[in-house]
Design a protein around this ligand. Sequence first.
Ligand code: A2P
Length: 321
Amino acid sequence: MTETITLSTGQKMPLVGLGTWKSAPGQVKQAVLAALDCGYRHIDCAAAYGNEREVGEALTEQLGPGKSLRREDIFVTSKLWNTKHHPDDVEEACKRSLSDLRLCYLDLYLMHWPMAFERGDELMPRHPDGTIRYDDTHYRDTWAAMEKLVDQGLVKAIGLSNFNARQTDDILSVAKHKPVVNQMECHPYLVQSKLVSHCWSRGLTVTAYSPLGSPDRPWVTPGQARLLDDPRVVGMAKHYNKSPAQVINRWHIQRGVICIPKSVTPSRIKQNIEVFDFKLSDEDMRLIESFNRNERLIVPTIMKDGQKVWRDAGHPHFPFS
Ligand code: A2P
């Protein structure tokens, strides 16, 4: 059984969850079933992943009267996509995720990114030059609309994703319902020490996405070093008689960060949660932290005038400098 962390609301959130970003329809149902079968009680979802309906098929097979699990046994997170930030769109977007997931409530609903995209059903509305068509809805207004979801009982808690320290404080300064989590890219090549400490000091729990370095990210460049193949991680895995992924997952949870490794492979799904029967030494914890190279893998970049620039940096709420 997986260990939990207590959120500022008192809810218990399992330290390891199943990630579903990049899990294709056709694969994700089996992945969720395999995960529930081997003890996962936390599934991380998002409308933008395009697979919540299939996640819902798996949940409905396992949850409910006469089935193996009760709703309250599992922790389900979903995320409000950037095209749904306008306060008039928030409730409908949440209800859509609930209906796709076939749930009456979410345990946690995150604002996926601080930037708002043009309203509508196009996931990534773009100008012909590839840049995003933004909307000027402020994330503070989106937050106020998300707070109403808590009041209505549609979600137990709300939180942030991809927010920097300043933006997190900005939300805290206006929040009636405080954000309980900030979900951020985090792995040994991007350890995020400052932002993690900042969130903790404000009572937020941190969830690491791409905890294994997302080797299946769509824009991976051939030959780019893979965290899971890093000889230092591989060496440590041999020492502990565990896999490289288990060492990394263990590092996250041992530092108090929730991790949501994605896999559609049953043996890996099982392996990724088998991290509660060993402990990394303090020295190895520090050693892994020293692998940091502030390498952000998730936001794609483009070259402009010979410089690497963030593809989405044209928005005042873009979180990364
Ligand atoms: P797959 O889904 O084909 O099993 P992240 O969670 O950082 O985004 O990483 C997800 C990627 O890591 C996927 O390509 C997934 O492959 C792979 N992966 C997940 N768990 C393991 C594991 N225990 N060992 C090796 N690769 C893994």
